[in-house]
Design a protein around this ligand. Structure first.
Ligand SMILES: C[S@@+](CC[C@H](N)C(=O)[O-])C[C@H]1O[C@@H](n2cnc3c(N)ncnc32)[C@H](O)[C@@H]1O
Length: 200
């Protein structure tokens, strides 16, 4: 049976609505790398860019986090974590100048959206593969994305075990934090680790 104009328009609207919902599902999709912890050598490079007297908020960190331990050597650190009832999406400290952490891979777009909303400088560790997605282009269309990129992959500690089979590189995705847009750095990892382990 031939469809009239109104039916055809409704069908078209439904088609685009479905398409939008599907692309939102991808943009806000879940991952399973959420409990991987950052080693010291991946925190050192960020510490040197932290201005004296700046208060740092580490929103995905407990007192055991290497971010908290290393940054606290020079700066005041506010740290919070979902396990202590401080959900990043609801909680914010009274005072913070810069946000620094390795956020969960799940909902990374929402994490960046909230950091941008705070309008404070930030540096968040994220996989390089995220650059393939539409999200960072959309989020940083109107503001300069800054990156610290590394010559080696970070071997995160997942469930207490150092992952020697990391398949992706990571960078600090920053805003209003670095002295220039892209900084390439080498990791100063203990020399006794073999090249194979470091994925050189
Ligand atoms: C990728 S891990 C990194 C942990 C730590 N920042 C580090 O680098 O060692 C992300 C952490 O964020 C926590 N987390 C997940 N959702 C959170 C939320 N909504 N608010 C606060 N912390 C959250 C996870 O439990 C996990 O411990």
């Amino acid at each position: 049976m031939k469809k009239n104009y109104t039916e055809l328009r409704a069908e078209e609207d439904n088609f685009y609505l479905n398409k939008m919902m599907k692309s939102n599902e991808i943009l806000y999709s879940k991952g399973n790398n959420d409990e991987c912890h950052t080693p010291n050598y991946a925190v050192f490079p960020i510490v040197e860019y932290i201005p004296k007297d700046a208060i740092i908020w580490c929103p995905f960190d407990t007192q055991d986090s290497r971010f908290v331990k290393e940054i606290a050597k020079k700066n005041k650190v506010e740290f919070s974590h979902i396990d202590t009832g401080q959900d990043f999406y609801k909680y914010e400290p009274e005072k913070c100048d810069i946000i620094i952490s390795n956020p969960p891979y799940t909902n990374k777009r929402k994490v960046f959206e909230r950091c941008i909303h705070f309008n404070q400088p930030f540096a968040l560790l994220m996989s390089n593969t995220w650059l393939n997605d539409a999200a960072p282009k959309q989020l940083f269309m109107q503001r300069d994305l800054q990156l610290i990129m590394f010559d080696k992959r970070i071997r995160f500690e997942c469930d207490g075990i150092v992952n020697n089979k990391i398949t992706f590189g990571s960078s600090y995705y920053c805003w209003n934090f670095l002295p220039k847009q892209i900084i390439m750095q080498t990791f100063d990892i203990a020399k006794n680790l073999s090249k194979e382990l470091l994925f050189l």
